[in-house]
Design a protein around this ligand. Sequence first.
Ligand SMILES: *[C@@H]1O[C@H](CO)[C@@H](O)[C@H](O)[C@H]1NC(C)=O
Length: 317
Amino acid sequence: MLLCLLEMDFLLLEIKAHPVRSSRGNAKDPIFGLKMGAESQSSDDVFRWFCVEAGNSSNPRIILIHGFPSQAYSFRKVLPVLSEDYHAVAFDWLGFGFSDKPQPKYGFDYTLDEYVSALESLVEKLAVDKFSLVVQGYFAPIVMKYASHHQEKLRNLILVNPPMTDKHAKLPSTLSIFSNFLLGEIFSQDPLRASDKTLTSSGPYMMKEEDAMVYRRPYLTSGSSGFALNAISRAMKKDLRNYIEEMKKVLISEAWTIPTTVCWGMRDRWLSYDGVADFCKISNSKLVELQMAGHHVQEDYGEELANIISQTVSKGK
Ligand SMILES: *[C@@H]1O[C@H](CO)[C@@H](O)[C@H](O)[C@H]1NC(C)=O
């Protein structure tokens, strides 16, 4: 399953996601009240993040951040290219892939604010020196909030198909369905809906079965992946619009000094290209169009994206 990642190192980092308000004991399965499997969470306030790294750690560091819903696995073709000149690190967000999937309300509630502070804790462990950030899709506004508070740590920012116009503020129905009462809970437990359909509906994708299987695995092995999906979908429904507004304000403001590039897969079926070029002009961001790529650019044009990242970051050195 992880054959193509063999050249890379895996880390399982235990990190306090954010200050825990109160101890509520061990998380329980929200339907039957049973104790959750070890997969879901190791303790009440410390979370295991699955990280993968490639390249010499004395090289400039690049952190690669996947979108919603995806996994670090999506960067499998990007990491080897970057590893030649950089130290590249990708991780699974809490609730995704091989990272912990705490039950909502037990130390982590999947709000966008909590993701921002969780990212702060993670980056503190991952990066000592300055680094460049690459983030794709719906996690971009969350990462942008982190970035706006930590400009002193950043060299470059590369946004890959981020939601960045008013039209992008509403989740596509394939994702918003997971926030529905009952129906959302049922759909999120179906690996074909939770994983395959969400990945293939966002672009011109024909995924290989062996890759689809990696993405499907968390949903096959534990119900907590689906519960996390429900919680994230609800949080995005509530706060995505505000986060996009904030992101735009930061990018336009004089105070934002980090060289910023927007890479856009033109065959994205979720986020319309309308208004993207205009906003890049206003915000002084460099725009790179990828004609054949969809929403998950790193999935279908991994090597091309890696070359763009590599050139962008080396210019900023
Ligand atoms: C990493 O780079 C440093 C400095 O260039 C070098 O001394 C070291 O041998 C390299 N490590 C590996 C494992 O290649």
